[in-house]
Design a protein around this ligand. Structure first.
Ligand code: ADP
Length: 478
């Protein structure tokens, strides 16, 4: 039975005042699963006004009061993990047991960690040139944020903004894509039950036009955006002087050096390519293997690929579900065809799988001898593909690694400490992982792009959600 969802605006569940609805079907079954109203400009204005009121109120709360609300959310969150994870699998396609349960549970952790962090978020007492002057800094909330988030982690990514944002006294309007908003709206009930001030968190699903209305809204102070570099560039050109955190496309790479543990590297690379069917900004999307270990690596990768079990994501045995949407599946088709045209060799998969309820199930794919200029190497494929490129030596590997604008999270496999630093010091990437998958993740790891790339400026610490105010006192001269 398809659900009729409501928007969560100013602490209320509402149909909004718009005329349209989005109709959404599941990538898993193809069935129509829900309908969600499309917000009108008046709905957006109401959410912004309520958010302003909420942040004006919360800026006067103590850090301990805000932490208490976050901990209430954290506690209530745990009770809903199972139900919401089921919805997540239905609308997103990721495997329920292997991924969704942990995904939803971890999304709640942001509130616990933010509650801890905010209690220690101290300002500084700053030395002055005058004996009668005292100067110190205080962390104030930035104000009202629009959090514009993608469909691959439709609950977790919004919480990366909402957890620390709320703990520091901000109000947030979350805009998930219309086609992955059910799990998030379901979790929205927790905010209500936890006693979050009305308007401090609103959830307005929608497509790019709703995002654009928020980005250009005068009542919004800051933008949190996770998505593609192309959309990020558009947002930057439209947002004016608003504060921002932007986390955008990534394209690895993973480098496998001559002295690497090849089996471990192959297993980590395969995992990084099939986890969430490759629909992760830190997926292993580009493998650079040194010539001297190429054949050994390919053999190990083919062996490691035997673990992938594509199928019904509600089946406990499945560890890879369908792709989420048509555009992503078509991009995979395009990238594979382009690689083949340029002379690459498909060793495994390379096409949509048959015999499933939708045509979004894609075979796990390994492509060898990928020319550097092919799309699968240059762009973010966002699908279950492991493209293998080669390099002559370490210097060549670094050069290949850096010929991308998408250096978000890279990995290098080596058993030589000096070599690990050689790569870490030279690869232009927000994060460099040594001896593990690019898909390695820690809740609250400082995360974001590297300067000089198209990956944005990410979220480093809870202070990013605050505005540092300096207070200067002039004392009586006694
Ligand atoms: P993808 O290509 O993976 O869908 P996008 O960057 O297009 O990634 O989408 C990420 C988020 O940005 C989504 O919530 C989407 O609706 C939103 N979005 C798309 N276009 C715009 C825009 N012009 N302004 C603001 N938000 C947008």
């Amino acid at each position: 039975m398809a659900q009729d969802l409501k928007l969560f605006i100013a602490g209320e569940w509402t149909e909004g005042t718009g005329d349209d609805h989005y109709e959404v079907s599941s990538p898993v079954t193809g069935e129509h699963i829900y309908s969600v109203p499309k917000a009108s400009q008046a709905d957006i204005d109401r959410a912004v006004a309520a958010a302003r009121g909420a942040t004006e109120e919360m800026r006067h709360w103590t850090a301990f009061e805000r932490a208490e609300v976050c901990l209430r959310i954290y506690d209530l969150w745990q009770e809903r993990v199972d139900d919401v994870a089921r919805i997540l699998t239905m609308e997103q396609g990721k495997p329920f047991t292997e991924e969704s349960l942990e995904d939803i549970a971890e999304s709640g952790d942001y509130f616990q960690i933010a509650a801890e962090d905010v209690k220690r978020l101290a300002g500084e007492f700053i030395p002055t040139t005058e004996r009668t002057r005292r100067m110190f800094t205080v962390h104030r909330p930035v104000g009202v944020w629009a959090a514009i988030t993608p469909w691959n982690f439709p609950v977790m990514i919004p919480m990366e903004y909402v957890g620390p944002g709320l703990a520091t006294g901000n109000a947030l309007i979350v805009k998930p894509p219309e086609f992955t908003s059910w799990a998030l709206l379901e979790m929205g009930k927790v905010f209500e039950e936890a006693g979050v001030p009305k308007g401090a968190i609103s959830i307005i699903p929608g497509a790019g036009d709703i995002g654009e209305s928020l980005v250009t809204h005068n009542g919004i102070d800051a933008i949190g955006f996770t998505g593609s570099s192309a959309t990020g560039a558009r947002i930057v050109s439209q947002m004016g002087l608003k504060r921002s955190i932007l986390e955008m496309s990534g394209n690895g790479p993973t480098v496998v050096t001559g002295d690497a543990d090849i089996k471990k590297a192959a297993e980590a690379a395969v995992y990084g390519a099939y986890y969430n069917a490759g629909q992760v900004c830190v997926a292993t999307e580009r493998l650079i293997v040194l010539d001297e270990v190429h054949d050994e690596f390919v053999e190990a990768a083919m062996k490691a690929a035997e673990v992938v079990r594509l199928g019904d994501p509600f089946d406990d045995n499945t560890n890879m579900g369908p792709l989420n949407n048509r555009a992503t599946a078509e991009k995979m088709d395009r990238h594979v065809a382009d690689a083949v045209e340029r002379g690459a060799e498909v060793l495994l998969g390379g096409k949509r799988a048959t015999g499933h309820p939708t045509d979004l199930y894609y075979e796990f794919t390994v492509i060898d001898r990928v020319p550097e200029e092919s799309l699968v190497s240059q762009e973010e494929s966002f699908g279950p593909v492991l493209p293998i490129l080669s390099a002559r030596d370490d210097a060549d590997a670094v050069a290949v690694a850096n010929r991308t604008r998408l250096g978000l999270q890279a990995a290098v496999f080596t058993n030589d400490l000096t070599k690990a630093f050689y790569y870490a010091d030279r690869i232009r990437s927000g994060t460099v992982i040594v001896n593990d998958s690019t898909d390695t993740w820690e809740t609250f790891q400082p995360f974001g792009g590297a300067a000089g790339t198209d990956t944005g400026w990410g979220r480093q610490r809870i202070d990013d959600f605050t505005d540092l105010q300096t207070i200067v006192f002039s004392l009586r001269d006694e």
